[in-house]
Structure formats: structure tokens, C-alpha cells
Design a protein around this ligand. Structure first.
Ligand code: FES
Length: 95
């Protein structure tokens, strides 16, 4: 069950991306964090405790929301706009 439930931007342009190999859709204007948590119950697992994480500050300061693209590029999910065709991997090491 997704952690977030969309109450706004429901009619914005759909943006296709993949999350751990699964085809997903976000909406124009979503951050990567919003797009992921509208699909999943967690953003990633902590590299230290293996506990589920969903970001913390939501403003680019806490470093809790790192995810990786399948290309290996790391990005801060809370401050990165979702882009069409992003291939996001939450199961890889993001730290
Ligand atoms: S949630 Fe804190 S840096 Fe992204």
C-alpha cells in the first residue's frame, strides 16, 4: 500500500518511470520522493539498520532520501524533479 495518497495534481500530465524494474506513473510536478511514495510504502532501506526510510526533512538537508538510478547516478529524491523514463532502484546501495 502506498505511503502517500494523491489529493492534488491528479490531472497533471502522466510521467512514466520504473521503480525497481516495475513500470510506474507519476505526475508532472512530482519530486522523485512524491512519485515513489505514491507507489510504495517506503523509499528505501537504511544502509545502517536496514529499517525502511521515507525521507525526513523534505527539503534537501537531511540526506535520508538518497536513491540511485540504474545508471548508478545518486540523487536526493526530495529535491529532484521526476523525469520521464527515469529508472530508479531503491534496493541498491544509495549511501
Ligand atoms: S528528505 Fe531530507 S534530504 Fe531529502
Amino acid at each position: 500500500m502506498p505511503l502517500l495518497h494523491r489529493i492534488a495534481r491528479r490531472d497533471h500530465e502522466a510521467i512514466a518511470f520504473t521503480l525497481d524494474g516495475h513500470a510506474c506513473q507519476g505526475r508532472a510536478g512530482d519530486t522523485v520522493l512524491t512519485a515513489i511514495l505514491a507507489q510504495a510504502e517506503k523509499l528505501r532501506f537504511s544502509e545502517f539498520s536496514a529499517s525502511p526510510r521515507a525521507g525526513f526533512c523534505q527539503m534537501g538537508a537531511c540526506q535520508d532520501c538518497w536513491v540511485v538510478l540504474e545508471s548508478g547516478e545518486r540523487l536526493r529524491a526530495c529535491s529532484t524533479a521526476l523525469g520521464a523514463g527515469m529508472r530508479i532502484a531503491t534496493k541498491g546501495r544509495a549511501a
